[in-house]
Each structure stands twice: as C-alpha cells, then as structure tokens.
Design a protein around this ligand. Structure first.
Ligand code: ZN
Length: 595
C-alpha cells in the first residue's frame, strides 16, 4: 500500500482519475457506437429464438448481454461521473445526450429477450433453469419470471404502454412542474429573495431558530393554494394504479412494490408493526433535544437543528480511521477500501460546479467502482466516507464473483453494506474518540439519521396505505382528506414530544416518492434496520460472523433478500428479528441521553 499523500483542508486536490473506465470522451463515444451495433446484431440473431434455446445457447446469449451491459455501464458512468464534478463540462454534456439516445436504441433492441423469456411455459423455463450452463444467472432468470402471473397478453401490454404518457406521466409532470415553480419570497437576514421548495427546506439545518420556523411557515403558505392541483395529481395516479392492479391481478396496492423488492408482504408488515411499536424511542430523543436547545418543546422545524458537531477531522485522518476499523473487521475489506484511495477512485474536494452530497457508482461488473464525496472536515464526513466505501466493497466483491447480470443486489439490500460499514466505524470511534463532545455528536448524528430512515419512512408508507384504502373505498383524495391522513400518522409518530404547526398538515403535498414510486420509502427502513440486526449479530458472534458477511457481500444479485439474510439466521417474518435492530437504536438512544 502506498504512503498517504498529504492533503490540505477539505480534501484539497483529491480528484479522481476516470481513465480506467474509458480513456476519454471520443473513446466513450466509439464504445457506445459499437455497443448499439452489438445490441442490434444481438436482436437480429436471437429474436424469436428464446423458446427453442437449450442451456448452452441461453448461456451464450446471456454472456453477450453481460458484455453489452458492461459497455453501457462504462460509458454511462463515465459521462455521469464527469458531470457530477463539473456541471459546466460541455464535452460531457454533449456526450450525455448521445449516451441517452444510444441507451434508448439499446433498450429497444434488447427488450424482446426478457419478454420471450417471461412468456415461456413454466415447465420449459424450469428445465432450462436446471441446466448447469445457466447456473451463475439462475436467480436473475428466475426473478424475471416473478412478473409472469401479472403480465397481460401482448396487445393489452402494448395498449398500457402507449397510454402511459397521458395517463401516468402527464400527472407526474404536472406535479413536478407545480412544485418546481414555487417561488416564495423569504428573508434569511440578507434581504428578501425568492426561494424554491428545496431552498426553504434546507433551513431546517440552520442554527437560527427564527429562520427554521419562518422558512417552514413560508413553505406551507406557498403550497396552500397549490394543494387542489397537487391532490388531484395524486388522486388521479392512485385511482389509475388501483385499476391497473386489478387488471394485473394484484391483491393490494403494495404487492407490485413487494414483488420489485423481492420481499414477502408478511415480512414487510412484521417490520412496520415492530417499528411503530417503538416510536417512543424517537419521542424520548425529541424531548431531550428540546432540553439541549433550551426549549420547552421541540417544534417540527427544530428536528434537524444543528447541535455541537464535535471536532474537525482532516481527510487523511478520516481515511486512517475508516481503514483501521475495516481492517479490524476483515483485512480483505480494508484492502478493497484502500484501493479506492491508491487508484484515485475518489473525488472528495468540494468545489464550485460540483454537485452536493455523496454517492458510490458501481460503474460496471468488469470495471472498478468510484466514489464522490464533498469532504468538509466534519466528524459527520467520516461516517459518509465509511458509508460510500461500504457500497464500494459490496460492488467490488459482487463484481468479482458474479456476472454483469447478477452482480446488482436487490434494492432492499443495497443500503445494507453501506449502513453496516458506518456502524463498524461508528463503533470503533465510540471506543477510541477521546473528545467527549465529539463522541456525543457522533451518537446524535447516527441516532437522528436512524430515526429519519427507520421511523419517518415507515410513517410515510403507512400514510400511503391510508390514502389507497380511502381511494379504494371510492373517496376522492381531496387536500383536506390527505391532510387529515397525514397529520394522524404524524401525530402517532411524534406523539406529544413535537409541536406540529397548523401548516404542517400540508406536509404530504410536495413529496415526490408518493407520486413517482409508490411505497418506495419502506425499503430505506428495511435496509437500515436489517444492518442494525446484522450488527447485533456481529457483536454477539464476533469473528465467526465475518466469513458469512464476506460471502454476503460477494452474493450481489444472485439470491433474494430473504435467502441472503437467512444465512445469518435472520427470519424476516419474525417480529423478534426487527426488535433486535430496534434494540440497537435504543442502545444508541441511552448513550445519547446519558451525555
Ligand atoms: Zn447509500
């Protein structure tokens, strides 16, 4: 391992080198052109052939699809990564448009393959699935067929696809435009200027209380006159989804999402019920947070108010801390993590034109993943670094073992390795951090993020269930009815510990998940809680836990969530499973309250 290069404050000079993905923009363009041709050639050779394939032929076709998938991954990631660190990169912007068009052509060319595979009779498919040649993609192939019972005849599917732009996308676009066009005048102390919804929401992290509360009031005031339109968009989408669900033979409004997530409905319900029983944990913290802020009671705008953030942590120290903690867990993950730094696969310096936040891009199964951070020397940034490296080790190890078609983990598991990596580092910092203020800041940070992820996202899924139930009973989803549902679920979560102002009733109105991807939110809760369960298991089993965990990281998309977590003895339908994760949250709460 090379020496750690000295870095200035805020990760100055830590930029990535994308040349291992593709050499430059012209090479990306020619790789794309080749791939479009390869996809169209694939379609010419294989269209109509799937029903007559044996294991050998199917395996050959899958290998070609894997090559195409890897090439798209490289080209798409190259352009996306370049854009993420420089919004003004014109060469990348031009390339992006070309990649988008190429992606559509490739998608159109290849679509037949999955459809023909899904259309095979069960016994034919079962025979093919048993052949040793397709072993590595068996789960991928089997999981595509999940949709078979809910797939209609071809002319019906075509009709549904052709009406989607007016029946679905039009409402989503109207919603998006209505929210995006909010321009509310607000004065943050530097003079009044116009604010968007996101700009107003960002004030919840401001240290000045009058701004936090004022910004939310301004937000609700601006949303109020728009709620008839926003509710109508939602009502139209929900009633349409209910009709399509019936046509496709789904029994409940969550079934399609459960199928996407490869999760048993009973497991999700067991989880949500277990979570709701422990809302009191968050309420105890909100009461304590009010005390820390010197308030008689927390206002909903104070929920994310900054408390003391602890000491600063230079970039190199963060790297050492994270790598040491990983090495204690397993030298293999420390090596995988170290390679990101040595091979310059991290871009950490915040700078003008770079987008905010952090992410890890898997790139392709035959390429290495990359990480973007905005490192600002705060303790919280150490946890973000650990989080993204957790994604990175998952991508890298799964890519080593699996094919391009089978390396991507199911959505519900994607955030497990990242949260788990955070917990490894968190646990170590709790032991080693000498500064009491920083230890307290660390615990509060983890606690507040777990409440927002586990509790709040579950509360939102319950609100959605209520809305679908109302609509299924032929009640139109009016602003008033949605506000009533929203406030009831929020009161259940916040109890008496948080003051919810009158305008908070409109909190449902601008949330895009409800409009674009119903019941998306519970997957966040699932992954976060599952990693807490695994961490409890690690604490109990110690070193014996490590090998199965490494195996889990290598599995990627080659097994369902229940199978992958079952290896650890975790039964997703048993409420006691989820209680273990919630007990971990309680343990963190006790530490936070003691300080
Ligand atoms: Zn993540």
């Amino acid at each position: 391992m090379s020496a750690i290069a000295p870095t200035g404050p805020r990760a100055a000079g830590v930029h990535w080198d994308l040349s291992s993905i593709v050499a430059d923009a012209p090479s990306a363009r020619s790789l794309l052109d080749e791939t479009v041709l390869a996809a169209e050639d694939f379609a010419e050779r294989y269209r109509g052939q799937v029903p007559s394939m044996d294991g050998e032929a199917l395996n050959r076709a899958l290998a070609e699809l894997a090559d195409i998938s890897n090439a798209i991954g490289r080209v798409g990631s190259y352009v996306g990564l370049r854009r993420s660190v420089d919004v003004n990169d014109d060469e990348a912007r031009d390339l992006e448009a070309v990649v988008e068009q190429g992606g559509v052509r490739i998608g159109n060319a290849l679509r037949f393959f999955e459809l023909e595979w899904i259309a095979l009779d069960d016994d034919v498919a079962a025979r093919l699935l048993e052949t040793p040649q397709v072993e590595r993609d068996r789960h991928y192939l089997r999981s595509l067929r999940r949709y078979r019972p809910h797939t209609l005849a071809e002319p019906e599917e075509r009709m549904l696809a052709e009406r989607a732009p007016s029946a679905v996308s039009a409402w989503q676009n109207l919603f998006e435009q209505t929210v995006a066009n909010v321009q509310a005048p607000f004065d943050d102390g530097s003079g009044e200027r116009s604010h968007t919804v996101d700009e107003l929401l960002a004030y919840v992290h401001d240290p000045r209380r009058e701004l936090r509360i004022g910004a939310l009031q301004t937000l609700y005031g601006a949303l109020e006159p728009l709620t008839p339109v926003l509710a109508h968009c939602y009502d139209s989408l929900v009633s349409d989804r209910l009709v399509i669900d019936r046509l496709r033979g789904y029994e409940g409004p969550m079934d399609a999402r459960h199928l996407d997530n490869e999760l048993d409905p009973a497991a999700v319900e067991a989880m949500m019920t277990a979570i709701e029983r422990r809302y009191g944990l968050a309420q105890r913290w909100f009461t304590r947070k009010a005390e820390l802020l010197g308030l008689p009671k927390l206002h909903v705008a104070d929920q994310y108010a900054p408390l003391d953030q602890g000491r600063t942590v230079p970039y190199e120290e963060s790297r050492r801390t994270v790598e040491d903690a990983f090495r204690d867990f397993s030298p293999r993950i420390a090596d995988v993590s170290g390679a990101f730094f040595v091979e310059r696969r991290i871009d950490a310096e915040p700078r003008p034109g770079k987008r905010g936040g952090a992410f890890c891009a898997s790139v392709a199964q035959d390429a290495e993943p990359f990480i973007m951070l905005n490192y600002t020397d705060r303790l919280r940034d150490v946890m973000t670094m650990a989080h993204e490296l957790g994604h990175g080790m998952h991508f890298a190890l799964a890519a080593d073992r699996q094919t391009a078609l089978s390396s991507h983990a199911p959505l519900a598991l994607c955030e497990v390795p990242s949260t788990f990596a955070e917990l490894i580092v968190f646990d170590r910092l709790l032991e080693t951090e000498a500064d009491a203020r920083s230890r307290a800041a660390l615990v509060r940070g983890e606690l507040e993020s777990s409440f927002a992820t586990v509790f709040r996202q579950t509360m939102m899924a319950r609100y959605e269930q209520d809305a679908y139930a109302l609509r299924a009973g032929n009640q139109t989803l009016t602003p008033d009815r949605l506000s009533d549902l929203w406030i009831t679920r929020n009161r259940q979560y916040y109890g008496d510990s948080v003051e919810l102002p009158e305008g908070y009733r409109l909190g449902w109105s601008y949330i895009p998940h409800f409009i674009n991807t119903r019941f998306y939110t519970y997957a966040y809760a699932f992954a976060h809680l599952a990693s807490l369960v695994l961490f409890a298991e690690y604490r109990e089993r110690g070193a014996a836990f490590v090998d199965p965990y490494m195996e889990f990281l290598s599995t990627g998309g080659a097994a369902s969530p229940a199978e992958q977590l079952g290896v650890f003895g975790v039964d997703l339908t048993d409420p006691a499973t989820w209680d273990r994760g919630l007990d971990e949250m309680e343990r963190m709460l006790e530490i936070a309250l003691a300080d």
